[in-house]
Write a protein that binds this ligand. Structure first.
Ligand code: ADP
Length: 295
């Protein structure tokens, strides 16, 4: 079983020819609301990949919050640990222009209330084989989750996104750090992912740097690094590729799969997701991942 402590957002996506400048109004061609947030995305990815997943976090006391909860439940995620906080749900307001460029406003809303654990959360974490963390809730909440995991010997898998300096205590509680190459560079000041991974290994025992279409890099103390190639596919939407990868990686590694093997399976999962539109809507089910991983 897995626990995820993190964000739940509704993505409000408007498609426009050109993004409006200050004072300007433009007419868009389409609008969609899509459940998102890194925490919820990882939870859905792991559940679809066959994991038993408990989501810990908060939605707002609004209709978006109700819809976010339903979306998680429908994906098979346990939401007993998802509180309803007074006020608005977290949203990401996304403007996508004709060239595919985007500008994004994130308003954390209820996610900002997750500054610690609530009733039952410690048990949810203790019952899991691993706790998945990201950085879209307050650091105090992330730390509280990591401390609880450590108390119960639960593996902590941290996605350091959005990139920000990490407090030493959080690093000392992290078993596996999974940055993408930009986050790895931001954390270390080193653009070469191999150098960045080597430096991160002085802080945490295991690192997986995801490299987009170039695959992923595994580094562990005392062994040479391993690069696992990505699947060669035609990508149409790479939104949440990383979250799909981490969710699937956690499922496979929780089932006892060795890391490079788990990464290959996670690569198959994310390769399927990048060929489809949407974030959580694009995430593959276990049978699909197994079929591609065997091919
Ligand atoms: P993030 O979405 O966090 O930026 P990445 O872009 O590194 O993360 O992607 C995570 C994983 O998804 C990669 O390690 C790779 O396995 C897979 N992936 C991403 N982009 C592609 C692509 N264009 N083709 C195939 N696989 C991809």
């Amino acid at each position: 079983a897995l626990a995820v402590l993190g964000s739940t957002n509704m993505d409000l996506v408007a498609y426009v020819p050109t993004a409006p400048r200050r004072g300007e109004t433009v007419t868009g061609s389409a609008f969609r609301t899509v459940p998102g947030g890194k925490g919820a995305n990882q939870a859905v990815a792991a559940a679809r990949a066959g994991g038993a997943v408990s989501m810990i976090g908060a939605v707002g006391a609004d209709d978006l919050g109700a819809r976010l909860r339903v979306a998680l439940t429908e994906a098979g995620v346990h939401t007993d640990g998802l509180r309803t906080a007074p006020g608005a749900s977290g949203i990401a307001h996304i403007v996508v222009d004709d060239e595919g460029g985007n500008s994004i406003i994130v308003v954390p809303g209820a996610n900002g209330t997750v500054t610690g654990l609530a009733d039952g959360d410690e048990d949810r974490i203790a019952a899991a084989g691993a706790l998945l963390l990201q950085l879209e809730i307050p650091l105090a909440g992330v730390l509280a989750g990591a401390r609880a995991a450590r108390r119960h010997g639960v593996r902590v898998i941290l996605t350091p996104a959005p990139a920000q300096p990490l407090p030493p205590e959080l690093l000392s509680l992290t078993d596996l750090l999974v940055p993408n190459e930009h986050e790895a560079a931001a954390l270390t000041g080193r653009d070469d992912p191999h150098e960045a991974a080597a430096e991160l290994l002085t802080l945490v025992p295991e690192v997986v740097v995801t490299l987009g279409a170039a695959g992923s890099l595994y580094a562990v103390r005392g062994a040479p690094p391993v690069v696992v190639p990505a699947r060669q596919v035609r990508a149409s939407d790479t939104t949440a590729a990383g979250d799909t990868f981490v969710g699937a990686l956690a499922v496979a590694s929780g089932e006892g799969c060795a890391m490079p093997e788990a990464m290959a399976w996670a690569s198959a999962a994310s390769a399927l997701s990048v060929q489809r539109e949407g974030a959580s809507a694009s995430m593959p089910y276990r049978a699909e991942i197994d079929a591609l991983a065997r091919s």
